[in-house]
Design a protein around this ligand. Structure first.
Ligand code: ATP
Length: 517
C-alpha cells in the first residue's frame, strides 16, 4: 500500500479509536489544533514520563521546572523572537494557498533524492544478486545528473537561507519550475517574512493593557530561571534544567496532522556547561538522545541525524534526529549548541548579572548551553506511525482476516491489560471484575464483556493493549486464566496470582530506562 494511504488510515484510526480529535470539531474544527482523546492522553503521558524520567532520574545533575506560558514581553526581544522568528512565505495567486518558501524548495530536493532512489531500486531488481549499489550510484549517468542538480540546488538554497535573501528564494522556486500542488500553476507572489508568535494583551483596562506573547518555545522559561535554580539547588556546572510544556506558533503551513500544530507541547532540556566544553557535551547529548529513540525498538534504520548547514545566529552546532515517517524522513528532535547567546542576552536586557563562579578554576563566566528539544506531539505521531500495522491473521472459521494492531511498546501503551469474561453469565463477569479490582492499582486495566472474544481482541489490538486476559469456566475451578500476547497472539494459561508479575515485567519503565544507562 502507498505510504500516503497508510498515513491517511493512521489519521482516521487516531480519531476512530479515541487517540486524537480535531479541535472544536462540532464547529467545523480549528486548523492545526488538536485534542487528545481517552487513549491519546494516556499514550502522551507515558511518552512524557519516559522523557522526564530519562532526564531527571538518570542524571543527578538534571532537575526539572515548570514555568509559566506568559512571560515578560522583553524576554522575546532579548531572545531574538520579536525580530527574527520568521518564516519566509509565498502565495500562489491562483489557488490563494500560502506556502513556506523554504519548505517548497526542501520538497524539491526530496524529489531529486526520490528519483535517485527509484533508479537504484529499479537497477537492484534488474541485476539481482550481482548488484553493486555503490558502484551504480557512482557511475550511472542518470543518477549522476540528478545528484548534480541536487547539489547545485542545495548550495544555492543554503546560501539564500543564510543571507535570508527573499528574492533569491523566489527565484529558486521559479527556476526550479515548482508548481502549486493545488492549482498546478507557477503564478507566485513575492516572498515575505511572517512572524510566528501569537500575541495577546495582559491587564484589565485598555489603557493599562500591554502586549504579551504566547511562548513559542519553552526554553526561555528555563533561561530566565537559570539563576533561581542554580542558587537554590546549589547546582554545579555542568548541570541541566528540563521542562515539559505548551508552546504556540502561528505556523503558516499547517499540514500532516499533528506533525505541525499551532498549539503543541515541547520537552526541552538546557544543559549549562563551561565555555569551550560545549562541543563535547553537544556530542554526548546527541548520542544520548539517539539512544533514547532507538531504545523503543522501532528499528535503528528508521532514524538518522540531519546536520544543519544553516545555523541559527546563536548556535555553533546543530543536528536533528529524523524518523522515517510515511511521508519521508522528518525532524522529531533538535539538539543545539546555543553558546552563551541566551543568557548573555538576558543579562543585557534585564540588567541582572547572570554569571557562574567556578570554584575549581576561580573564574566567573556566562555558561554555554547545549539544548535538546523534542515535540511531544511529533513524538506521539512517530510512535503511532511506527506502531500501526495491518496484518492477515487466521480467523475463527479457519480462513484469514485482517487485523489492525498498534504495536506500541507495552510500557507506553495506554491500557496494559484487558480482562474479558468468556461469557456474560455463570459468575464469569464477577470473577473478571474481581481481577480488575485487584490489578487496577498496578496498571491501567479495562473490563470488556461486549461481543465475541474475537471481536474484543480486535478492539484491544486496535488501541495497542499488549495483554488480554480471558476468564473462562476453568478459572472458577482452578483460578487460572489465559493471557494473550498482542503481537504473537499466543495464549498461555497461568494462575491468577502470577498475572501481576507477568504484566509488570513487560510494562515497567525500569527495563526501558536501563537500556539508556
Ligand atoms: P520545523 O523545522 O519542523 O519547523 P523547528 O526546527 O522550528 O521545526 P524547533 O524550534 O527546533 O523546531 O523545535 C523543537 C521541536 O519542537 C521540533 O523538533 C519538533 O519536534 C517540535 N515542534 C516544533 N514546531 C512544532 C509544531 N508546529 N508542531 C508540533 N511540533 C513542533
Amino acid at each position: 500500500m502507498a505510504q500516503e494511504d497508510i498515513f491517511k488510515k493512521l489519521v482516521a484510526h487516531c480519531k476512530e479509536y479515541g487517540f486524537v480529535f480535531q479541535s472544536s470539531e462540532i464547529y467545523d474544527g480549528l486548523s492545526a489544533v488538536y485534542d487528545y482523546g481517552q487513549y491519546g492522553v494516556e499514550l502522551k503521558n507515558n511518552i512524557k514520563k519516559y522523557w522526564w524520567d530519562s532526564m531527571t532520574l538518570l542524571h543527578d545533575n538534571v532537575v526539572g521546572i515548570d514555568s509559566a506560558i506568559f512571560m515578560h514581553p522583553e524576554i522575546w526581544k532579548a531572545s531574538g523572537h520579536v525580530d527574527a522568528f520568521n518564516d519566509p512565505l509565498i502565495d500562489n495567486r491562483d489557488s490563494k494557498k500560502r506556502y513556506r518558501a523554504d519548505v517548497l524548495i526542501e520538497e524539491q530536493l526530496a524529489k531529486y533524492e526520490d528519483k535517485i532512489n527509484k533508479e537504484v531500486e529499479k537497477a537492484a531488481k534488474r541485476f539481482g544478486e550481482t548488484f553493486n549499489e555503490q558502484q551504480f550510484r557512482d557511475t550511472n549517468q542518470r543518477v549522476l545528473e540528478t545528484r548534480r542538480k541536487w547539489t547545485a540546488l542545495h548550495e544555492r538554497f543554503a546560501q539564500a537561507m543564510n543571507d535570508m535573501n527573499l528574492d533569491e528564494l523566489r527565484q529558486i522556486i521559479l527556476d526550479e519550475e515548482i508548481v502549486c500542488p493545488i492549482s498546478g500553476t507557477r503564478n507566485w507572489t513575492e516572498v515575505r517574512q511572517f512572524n510566528l508568535m501569537f500575541s495577546t494583551e495582559i491587564g484589565s483596562t485598555a489603557e493599562g493593557a500591554s502586549k504579551i506573547y504566547l511562548r513559542p518555545e519553552t526554553a526561555q522559561g528555563i533561561f530566565v530561571n537559570y539563576l533561581n535554580v542554580q542558587k537554590t539547588g546549589r547546582m554545579k556546572i555542568p548541570f541541566g534544567i528540563a521542562q515539559i510544556g505548551k508552546a504556540f506558533r502561528n505556523e503558516i503551513v499547517a499540514r500532516q496532522f499533528i506533525f505541525r500544530m499551532r498549539e503543541f507541547e515541547q520537552m526541552e532540556m538546557q544543559f549549562f556547561v563551561k565555555p569551550g566544553t560545549e562541543l563535547q557535551w553537544f556530542e554526548k547529548w546527541r548520542d544520548a538522545r539517539m539512544k533514547w529513540h532507538r531504545a523503543l525498538g522501532f528499528g535503528d534504520d528508521n532514524y538518522r541525524f540531519h546536520v544543519h548547514e544553516k545555523l541559527a545566529h546563536y548556535a555553533n552546532a546543530a543536528v536533528d534526529v529524523e524518523y522515517r515517517f510515511p511521508f519521508g524522513f522528518k525532524e522529531v528532535e533538535g539538539i543545539h549548541s546555543r553558546t552563551d547567546f541566551d543568557l548573555s542576552q538576558h543579562q543585557k536586557h534585564s540588567g541582572k548579572k547572570i554569571t557562574y563562579f567556578d570554584t575549581e578554576t576561580n573564574e566567573s563566566y556566562v555558561p554555554y548551553v547545549v539544548e535538546t528539544s523534542i515535540g511531544v506531539d511529533r513524538m506521539f505521531l512517530q510512535v503511532m506511525a511506527a506502531a500501526y500495522c495491518e496484518e492477515d491473521v487466521p480467523s475463527a472459521d479457519g480462513k484469514s482476516e485482517q487485523r489492525v494492531v498498534l504495536k506500541i511498546p507495552p510500557v507506553l501503551a495506554p491500557v496494559k491489560l484487558a480482562v474479558l469474561p468468556l461469557v456474560k453469565k455463570d459468575g464469569l463477569p464477577e470473577k473478571a471484575r474481581e481481577i480488575v479490582d485487584s490489578l487496577k492499582f498496578d496498571f491501567p486495566c479495562r473490563y470488556d464483556e461486549k461481543d465475541s472474544v474475537g471481536k474484543r481482541y480486535r478492539r484491544q489490538d486496535a488501541i495497542g493493549t499488549p495483554f488480554c486476559l480471558t476468564v473462562d469456566h476453568q478459572t472458577l475451578d482452578d483460578n487460572t486464566v489465559t493471557v494473550r500476547n498482542r503481537d504473537t497472539m499466543e495464549q498461555i494459561r497461568v494462575p491468577i496470582a502470577e498475572v501481576r508479575g507477568i504484566i509488570a515485567a513487560k510494562t515497567n519503565f525500569r527495563e526501558l530506562l536501563e537500556k539508556l544507562a
